[in-house]
Design a protein around this ligand. Structure first.
Ligand code: FES
Length: 165
């Protein structure tokens, strides 16, 4: 029997891990974005369906852990019906709070989910609408920056050890 102590997940995380909402590919998404590194396995894909300035539907796919699945699940619920600006203003801490808290070692799971969302919103304005609202900052949000740093770190490690991805 394992002697490892299980992480202290909230009941909400356990519930959403077992029964995630909005899980799966969305074929008619307005924009799709990813965060995380396929090399290490923690990757999240966020799908948004947008009408005007509102998110009318959202779904996700995750190759992350239980906390990431729960974070993405609750995030997709939180943003439905919100304007793009309201969704942009959400932070990884908001998602963690909504889950009833996360163990510190799992903060990155919420950061990846919100990083994926913010990348999707940025991509929507930069590549699809080709017109940026004044509220969208030029600099990366903390979640986008952290996701990028993790991706670059994994890539450096794989290069260092000669792993081809
Ligand atoms: Fe990497 Fe949860 S997504 S540990």
């Amino acid at each position: 029997m394992s002697t490892r102590t299980p992480l202290a997940y909230s009941p909400k995380i356990l519930e959403l891990f077992k029964n995630p909402k909005n899980l799966g590919r969305m074929n008619d998404a307005s924009v799709v974005s990813q965060a995380g590194s396929p090399a290490c396995g923690d990757v999240i894909t966020i799908y948004l369906k947008i009408d005007g300035d509102k998110i009318i539907d959202s779904s996700f796919e995750s190759y992350g852990c239980a906390a990431n699945i729960a974070a993405a699940s609750i995030l997709t619920e939180m943003i439905k019906g919100k304007t793009l600006k309201e969704a942009w203003d959400l932070t990884w801490e908001d998602v963690a709070n909504e889950l009833g808290g996360l163990p510190p070692i799992k903060y990155h799971c919420s950061i990846l989910a919100v990083g994926g969302l913010k990348r999707a919103i940025r991509k929507y304005f930069e590549e699809i609408k080709r017109e940026k609202p004044e509220w969208l900052p030029k600099d990366l949000s903390k979640e986008e920056r952290q996701a990028l740093e993790e991706e670059e770190l994994i890539e450096r490690m794989y290069k260092k050890y000669g792993v081809v991805t």
